[in-house]
Design a protein around this ligand. Structure first.
Ligand SMILES: Nc1ncnc2c1ncn2[C@@H]1O[C@H](COP(=O)(O)OP(=O)(O)OP(=O)(O)O)[C@@H](O)[C@H]1O
Length: 238
C-alpha cells in the first residue's frame, strides 16, 4: 500500500501583498521501504511539502491520501496519525537538552494507543536507543552529547513508535561530513524494517544515497524524478 499519495497539493501562506505560493500542484507518492530525497534551492518549498505530508500543516488545495485514506480533517485523528504513522527528524535535533536521553525518547510513547505503562515505555525507548548505538547513554543528559549523538537520540525518538514513514528535514545540516555520513547510513538502514524515509536536503551526498530524487523548484516538482545508482543495489545502506 502506498504510504502517502499527494495529487495537486498546494499551499499558500498569507494574503494580499503577503501572499506566498509555497507549493503549486505537487503530486508524488512514497512506497513502503524506499528512501526518497527532496532537493532544490532554499525557499523552493521542501519544508512546506514535508509539513503537509506529515499533517503538521493543512494544505490549501489538492488531495492527500495517507495509507490509502484521505488525510483526516479532524485534529484528533490527525494527531493520532502524526504519532503512529510518521516519525519526524529536524536539522536542529529538537530534543530537550536538559532531560535525560531516555526521557527524550519516551515522549512519543506518552500518547501511544493502546496506552503503555511506564515500564513498557522505558523498555521500548531503551530498545530504540540500542538500535541507534546509544544504549550506553540512556542516563546521560542530552546536553552532554555530541551533535551526532543528539541526532541519533532524535532518530531513536522518531523510530520509537515504529512509524511507516520518517520525514526528515535537512537532518545532517548541523553535522560534520563524517558524522553526517553515519547518520544517513542509520536513516537508510530503517528501510530494512520496512520504514520509508522522505528527506529534504541540499546535500548531494545525502540525496545520492537515496533510491529516488525529486527535484523541486519554485514550489513545483520536476515532472520526472531522478533514479539514483543507489536504487539499483544496496549501496545506499553502506
Ligand atoms: N509560515 C510561513 N509564512 C509565510 N511564508 C512562509 C512560511 N513558511 C515558509 N514560507 C515561504 O514559503 C516558501 C517555501 O518555504 P520552505 O521553508 O518550504 O522552503 P525550503 O525549500 O524548505 O527552504 P530551505 O531549504 O531554506 O529550508 C518560501 O518563500 C518561504 O519564505
Amino acid at each position: 500500500m502506498t504510504l502517502v499519495r499527494a495529487s495537486g497539493l498546494s499551499k499558500t501562506y498569507g494574503r494580499g501583498r503577503l501572499r506566498v505560493e509555497a507549493l503549486r500542484e505537487v503530486s508524488l507518492s512514497v512506497e513502503p521501504g524506499e528512501a526518497v530525497a527532496l532537493t532544490g534551492p532554499s525557499g523552493c518549498g521542501k519544508s512546506t511539502l514535508l509539513s503537509l505530508l506529515g499533517l503538521t500543516l493543512p494544505a490549501t488545495g489538492g488531495e492527500l491520501l495517507v495509507n490509502g485514506e484521505p488525510a483526516p480533517l479532524r485534529e484528533r485523528r490527525r494527531a493520532r496519525l502524526r504519532n503512529e504513522f510518521f516519525g519526524y527528524l529536524h536539522q536542529e535535533f529538537a530534543i530537550v537538552e536538559s532531560d535525560r536521553v531516555l526521557a527524550n525518547v519516551t515522549i512519543p510513547l506518552e500518547y501511544a494507543r493502546p496506552r503503555l505503562n511506564r515500564r513498557q515505555r522505558l523498555e521500548r525507548a531503551g530498545r530504540a536507543l540500542d538500535s541507534v548505538g546509544l544504549g550506553w547513554a540512556t542516563r546521560r543528559r542530552a546536553s552532554e552529547l555530541s551533535g551526532g549523538e543528539r541526532q541519533r537520540v532524535a532518530i531513536a525518538r522518531a523510530l520509537v513508535n515504529e512509524p511507516r514513514l520518517v520525514l526528515a528535514d535537512e537532518p545532517t545540516a548541523a553535522l560534520d561530513v563524517a558524522t553526517a555520513h553515519e547518520i544517513v547510513t542509520l536513516l537508510l538502514s530503517m528501510r530494512r524494517r520496512g520504514t520509508s524515509v522522505l528527506v529534504a536536503t541540499h546535500d548531494p551526498r545525502v540525496s545520492g544515497r537515496c533510491d529516488r530524487i525529486l527535484p523541486m523548484e519554485d514550489g513545483r516538482l520536476a515532472p520526472e524524478g531522478v533514479e539514483t545508482s543507489a536504487s539499483s543495489g544496496d549501496c545506499g545502506s553502506t
